[in-house]
Design a protein around this ligand. Structure first.
Ligand SMILES: Nc1ncnc2c1ncn2[C@@H]1O[C@H](COP(=O)(O)OP(=O)(O)O)[C@@H](O)[C@H]1O
Ligand SMILES: [Mg+2]
Length: 344
């Protein structure tokens, strides 16, 4: 009897969980230096969610020995949250390695991750499809490209996330403050800066889960800034650190159905045109004149339980953290034709 059971039952799916952990802060380094990386708490929460399926989950830190670890113990699929190390294409480093080794993985592929982490590049592709995005210029340490942005403008590193490099001083109103901020940021962040038309007004973020016809677009969430007297309302690093006091999350956002449809439809169009897969999150601003502006897309949105926006969006739509994480894996498996979702 035991023998028959062993022959009949499939072995559990082996999932490798790739990640980069936050390192202890170093004196003299910017406070937001480690902002994009994950805590062990997030890694363990994802592991626990996947093990409920059930799956066998192996933790794989994405360090220099990653190729050796993957070759020695090849998983059936990788659940990837690794941000990578160094450079504009860092989010693509682990997916590129997985593609090289022929290991399937969750989330967008390396090309999409590269394009989306470069905010200016993603904006150019989105603008070509007639979707509004704030006017911008990319400024490097040596040269500046052409184009008029005007004031007020917001200055942010071109290839970051988690509000890294976006302090409460990021909005400038004249040329001398712009020059001073650029000088400071170019030295501090060692990468090109995006100078962008500042869009006052309301802010929304939208999450997506799945692919093709099975895609689910979560209700748009509004980030409401509580200090209405502050001149600039931005989701800065300081605001994210102190979100309980400074902002309120309204989900579903208090907007008419037509605007809701416009935001959700535009988010889906952007997700699709940039070739995103399985999950993602898009940020928008709505100008006082009612024009919707694409700010950025996150094909690898943070999954920190109780902190990141993406699990919050899912929770407002009735999805527990565990169901969301399992949903990302199920979407990838279905897309890959690896195992019917119901059997996982
Ligand atoms: N062009 C803009 N106009 C107004 N606010 C902006 C603009 N760009 C960014 N912001 C503000 O800064 C925040 C962080 O910018 P974003 O590009 O989303 O960076 P990150 O990748 O760090 O989330 C946004 O959520 C928004 O509040
Ligand atoms: Mg953002």
């Amino acid at each position: 009897m035991l023998e028959i059971l062993e022959v009949d039952s499939e072995p559990p799916l082996c999932v490798g969980l790739t990640y980069n952990l936050k390192k202890p802060s170093v004196p003299g380094v910017a406070q937001d230096d480690q902002a994009e990386y994950d805590s062990m708490g997030t890694v363990l929460a994802i592991k626990a969610a996947l093990e409920q399926l059930p799956c066998r989950v192996t933790l794989i830190e994405a360090d220099e020995s990653l190729p050796d670890k993957l070759i020695a113990n090849k998983p059936d699929i990788v659940f990837n949250i690794a941000e990578g190390r160094n450079g504009r294409g860092r989010e693509a480093q682990v997916p590129a390695m997985l593609s090289f080794l022929g290991i399937p993985f969750t989330g967008s592929d390396e090309t999409t991750l590269c394009v989306c982490l470069d905010k200016a590049l993603a904006k150019k592709l989105v603008a070509r499809e007639g979707i509004k995005t704030p006017r911008f210029r990319v400024i490097g340490s040596g040269s500046a490209d052409k184009g008029r942005v005007g004031f007020p403008a917001i200055v942010k590193p071109n290839a970051e996330g988690s509000s890294k490099g976006i302090s409460n001083m990021a909005v400038v109103r004249d040329a001398s403050s712009l020059r001073a901020l650029l000088r400071r940021n170019l030295a501090l962040y060692g990468q090109e800066m995006l100078v962008e038309q500042y869009i006052p007004g309301r802010e929304f973020t939208v999450g997506m889960l799945g692919n093709g016809r099975d895609i689910r677009v979560f209700e748009p969430m509004e980030i409401v800034y509580l200090n209405q007297n502050s001149p600039d309302r931005i989701y800065s690093f300081e605001v994210k650190q102190n979100y309980q006091k400074l902002i309120r999350y309204d989900c579903p956002a208090d907007i008419p159905a037509s605007l809701r449809q416009k935001i959700a439809g535009t988010a889906l169009k952007i997700f699709t045109l940039l070739g995103c897969r399985d999950f993602g999150r898009v940020d928008f601003r709505l100008s006082p004149a009612g024009e919707l502006y694409f700010i950025e897309i996150n094909p690898l949105p943070g999954l920190a339980p109780g902190y990141s926006d993406y699990p919050m969006l899912a929770a407002f739509d009735g999805l527990s953290y565990e169901t969301l994480v399992q949903g990302v894996l199920r979407s990838a498996l279905k897309r890959l034709g690896l195992r019917p979702a119901a059997e996982v």
